[in-house]
Design a binder for this molecule. Structure first.
Ligand SMILES: [Zn+2]
Length: 505
């Protein structure tokens, strides 16, 4: 009997210990881009009390990103103070995110800020289904994502090193340092690359793109990534754009701050806002910014048409994503095209007084348009939202630079394009790439240069140069390739008296 009781006790002890071993939630913020004041965080059963961390504004918190282990089958409640850097009201309507793989993110079901209690509390309506979950203030973009994304670009036919970079697209090293938690942040590779179709126009637009100046502003990185993915894609519109513009991309200007899970600053200069020191040649001693700034100057010859610096913000001044633009830039065609693709984006003002990347673009790269673009963490807007916004920047550039029917990509529609059209007429072009087929006169993308394409050419040419301009093309054709060809054109002209629906690209 005693033995049996002892055995039962052992079983109960085992069950208790076993249960409690699984029920203990442990927290970790010590990884790439992680941020948590672990020492002052605690777990009491299902309640996880979080202490935030802000290297830039001690006593407050801004970027939050940690893992919680032992959560499988549990439905914990997370709570953090509302001593948020830009004020507790910035947490009104905010939604925290979680992930099981650090790739796919979900918004928490319940997110409640209590100004009276000074807390922000968040939880789900169902239990977690895996033992480890990652939790963050917003959609994380670790430094390693820039490393892997850039590595994928090395083999792209449209990506090449810049003058200041090597074959791995490395333009320099960050300084590294000791972060606010006493951790050593090792120097990291910094990247820059050029996206270009070398067979494009003789004179191309030059566009500089910067991301990751502020260490917690991850949405800017997703937006830039979406733009880059579009620019290197097989998309016909991207192929067209590459004929007219070269892009110089610097995806992560502050990798140390990103890796250390910082808010805003670099590890080297924890008390400085890196976006106030774009001042060559020394950049006030901020070595990360110097690597990017000097590369921009060297790689572009200190002369670009556009500069976009991708940030994100929790600033409530603007209710949505917004560009901070000098008044003179606010009617820029690219910006207006972008706004038509992204109607909710707001045009905000800028004065370019502080030494920001945007001011650097204007004053040191002679940009005709130089701006900071701010994305916001908004409930329900996930990674795909920002990738598609980046793509829309690409489409806006395409709409701005590409000249319709400019088959030789010299920026003008004239008789040279007509000659190319004629040379490819009545031809099966389906084995060519879409952009090469286009250049040979396949204007509707069906793989042929035929009567339908002629209809498109005629209609659009007349829109630009009038009927007399179109008729003048026939007088200047030096020697028609063949009698067949002449009959093709004349026949087409007759046929085209019947209105046809054109398929402009
Ligand atoms: Zn910023």
């Amino acid at each position: 009997m005693i033995l049996r009781m002892r055995l039962m006790a052992c079983v109960w002890m085992f069950l208790l210990l076993g249960t409690s071993a699984h029920a203990v939630i442990t927290l970790d913020g010590d990884f790439d881009h992680g941020s948590l004041d672990e020492a002052n965080s605690s777990v009491a059963g299902n309640l996880v009390l979080l202490a935030g961390r802000d290297n830039f504004n001690p006593g407050q918190w801004k970027w939050l990103y940690f893992s919680a282990d032992g959560v499988n089958g549990l439905q914990p409640t997370f709570r953090i103070g509302d001593n948020f850097n830009t004020g507790g009201s910035s947490l009104n309507d905010h939604e925290m995110v979680y992930s099981y793989d650090q790739e796919n993110w979900f918004f928490f079901d319940n997110n409640v800020r209590s100004s009276g209690a000074g807390t922000f509390t968040f939880s789900n309506n169902t239990v977690f289904t895996q033992d480890r979950v990652w939790v963050a203030y917003g959609l994380p973009y670790p430094a390693a994502r820039t490393v892997s994304h850039t590595a994928e670009l090395v083999s792209s036919p449209w990506v090449s090193p810049t003058a200041s970079g090597n074959s791995s697209l490395v333009i320099g090293q960050s300084p590294g340092g000791i972060d606010d938690l006493g951790r050593t942040i090792a120097p990291q590779d910094m990247y820059g690359y050029k996206i270009s179709d070398p067979t494009g126009a003789a004179v191309k637009k030059k566009i500089a793109l910067i991301g990751g100046v502020h260490s917690n502003e991850t949405l800017g990185n997703y937006t830039l990534e979406g733009l880059v993915d579009f620019l290197v894609s097989d998309d016909f519109e991207a192929a067209l754009l590459r004929k007219y513009a070269d892009f110089y991309v610097y995806p992560l200007a502050n990798p140390d701050g990103r890796r250390a899970g910082y808010n805003r600053s670099t590890v080297q200069r924890v008390n400085e806002d890196p976006n106030r020191h774009w001042v060559p040649p020394n950049y006030d001693g901020l070595d990360d910014i110097e690597v990017v700034g000097d590369a921009l100057i060297a790689d572009t010859g200190a002369d670009v048409d556009y500069l976009l610096d991708f940030h994100s913000t929790v600033n409530d001044t603007f209710a949505n994503h917004h560009g901070l633009l000098l008044p003179a830039y606010q009617s820029d065609p690219m910006w207006l095209n972008f706004k038509s693709l992204e109607p909710n984006v707001i045009t905000g003002g800028a004065s370019l007084i502080d030494d920001t990347g945007a001011k650097f673009g204007r004053d040191h790269l002679n940009a005709e348009f130089s701006a900071t673009f701010e994305t916001r963490f908004l409930p329900g807007e996930n990674i795909d939202r920002f990738l598609s916004m980046g793509r829309n920047f690409g489409l806006a550039f395409k709409q701005t630079f590409v000249v319709s029917l400019d088959l030789n990509f010299d920026g003008q529609l004239n008789s040279l394009d007509w000659n190319l059209f004629l040379a490819g007429s009545e031809t099966d072009l389906s084995t060519l790439s879409p952009i090469d087929a286009y250049s040979a006169g396949d204007l509707n993308g069906d793989g042929f240069n035929d009567l339908f394409d002629f209809g498109i050419f005629k209609t659009e040419y007349i829109q630009v140069h009038g009927l007399s301009g179109f008729e003048a093309l026939f007088k200047q054709v030096p020697e028609p390739n063949s009698i067949f060809f002449t009959s093709f054109v004349l026949g087409s002209l007759l046929l085209l008296r019947i209105p046809r629906r054109s398929h402009p690209i």
